[in-house]
Design a protein around this ligand. Structure first.
Ligand SMILES: Nc1ncnc2c1ncn2[C@@H]1O[C@H](COP(=O)(O)OP(=O)(O)OP(=O)(O)O)[C@@H](O)[C@H]1O
Length: 437
């Protein structure tokens, strides 16, 4: 094998998939029996099905360590392509060559035996992926910790909710040291906190050199995490290249054809945005918060409230809101800086601010002192899910930053668009559109 071939993780050549569509079950039976009879009696065999080409003559290569987004509308052939790469579906023509262990998250519950417990399924799944009993033993605690499904690990998988199933399946997939990870984002049915945790892990795996194939309808995510993207329309590969450019092509196509439906969806939400009511969405309440710091202060009572001081986690566009927390000092501290940051699911900082230029950061605090810090903000975030991080740090007259305490992803916030001034993106720039002919 030459060096160039060594670099390749996946090679797809002239791949096509044809499904046979039967109009009635009777046609399926006829197809099973009659062509054989026709052949025996010397007649040309008849065909009792219609052909549907879900993929047509696809060729591309993925180098080791690359992150490829696969985009396209519903039914464009994304899952069919991934299933063939994983080997769970056979091609009608063409070939696929892969190098390395493939872990995939494609179909909910696939690879799990519903009668077996979570534990048994972990061992079964890992052994299918080529891990020995000892290797699985060594990883088992990590798998269970990431899935975070508690006692359910000892229960049969048939008792799991779809969210639990995804948690366990994802946890196995990422902990079996895959060379290639294939993820259909539509499966990310876990809560927002778990999705964030998965995205973080996917990012880590990609950084560590794992090849990633990622199907997503969220173009911002594809642009952020994928180096290249493959765009399918009705089974044909329309474009394969730099992710940002391919996403733009797809957006242009979408915009031309379906802007109306997106707009009406946003219009439906606009009713909500006119109310001053504080909404607390329970689905956003659990987080996978990370806490660290040197322990000299403690952040408690982190909350987001609307301008009427009602606690909320659902923000309407262009409304005022307050992020606040209580800071208690457990030791003497000089010049503490109180900060907050809002990130998106990929961990990109969308906005951050702190008290560096505020009087409070020019002071000394004694053990037991407490302050409440409030950040008054106006919501110019685009529609979507965001994560709040709060932190207290000090530079203590040195250049480096010392965290007294940082609570990363302490709260999850959902932003609802108010009108069609913001169709997508992380920020809402309140566009007004003027068209002159
Ligand atoms: N077993 C099957 N028999 C017949 N047609 C099928 C079968 N599986 C998929 N198809 C068809 O093949 C086409 C591609 O399906 P596929 O699931 O790959 O699309 P997709 O891009 O993954 O869609 P989505 O975004 O909705 O998941 C669709 O038109 C689908 O109806």
């Amino acid at each position: 094998m030459n060096k160039e071939q060594n670099d390749i993780a996946i090679r797809v050549e002239n791949l096509s998939k044809c499904y046979q569509i039967y109009d009635t079950p009777r046609d399926r039976l006829k197809q099973f029996i009659l062509p054989r009879v026709q052949r025996v009696i010397g007649r040309q065999p008849k065909q009792y099905f219609r052909e549907f080409w879900a993929l047509k003559d696809i060729s591309f290569e993925v180098k080791k360590g690359e992150t490829i987004g696969i985009i396209g509308r519903n039914g464009s052939g994304k899952s069919t392509l991934l299933q063939m790469i994983c080997g769970t579906l056979s091609p009608t023509s063409g070939s696929i060559t892969t190098h390395g262990r493939i872990a995939a998250l494609l179909e909910l519950g696939s690879g799990f035996n519903p009668e077996f417990t979570g534990r048994e399924n972990v061992y079964m799944n890992a052994s299918v992926l080529g891990l020995s009993q000892e290797e699985t033993d060594a990883r088992f605690d990590d798998i269970v910790a990431f899935a975070d499904i508690g006692e359910f690990i000892e229960q049969p998988v048939k008792t799991y909710s779809s969210g639990m199933m995804v948690r366990l399946a994802f946890s196995v997939a990422i902990n079996v040291a895959p060379d290639i990870l294939i993820v259909d984002e539509a499966l990310a049915v876990g809560d927002a906190a778990f999705q964030r945790k998965c995205m973080r892990k996917i990012g880590e795996l990609s950084d560590s050199g794992v090849t990633l194939l990622f199907v997503s309808h969220d173009l911002e995510t594809v642009k952020k995490i994928c180096s290249e993207a493959l765009y399918l329309i009705r089974g044909e590969m329309i474009e394969f290249g730099v992710a940002k450019q391919v996403c733009i092509s797809y957006e242009c196509d979408l915009f031309g054809a379906s802007k109306k439906s997106e707009t009406s969806q946003i219009e439906a939400q606009a009713d909500l945005s006119n109310s001053d009511q504080a909404i607390l969405d329970p689905d956003l309440l659990g987080t996978n918060e990370k806490i660290y710091g040197d322990g000299r202060s403690q952040i408690t009572g982190v909350m987001v409230t609307n301008k009427n001081r009602h606690i909320t986690n659902v923000l309407n566009a262009n409304t005022e809101f307050i992020v606040s927390y209580r800071a208690k000092f457990l030791a003497e501290v000089s010049f503490p800086i109180f900060g907050m940051m809002i990130t998106n699911r990929e961990g990109v900082c969308i906005f951050g601010t702190n008290t560096e230029n505020h009087l409070v950061s020019k002071r000394h605090f004694a053990e037991g002192d407490e302050v409440v810090v409030e950040f008054h903000l106006t919501n110019h975030l685009g529609p979507g899910i965001f994560y709040l991080t709060c932190g207290i740090y000090t530079t203590e007259n040195s250049d480096s930053l010392i965290y007294l305490q940082r609570r990363m992803d302490v709260l999850i916030i959902k932003v609802i668009a108010d009108n069609d001034s913001c169709i997508g993106g992380v920020a809402n720039l309140n566009s007004k559109i003027v068209v002159t002919e």
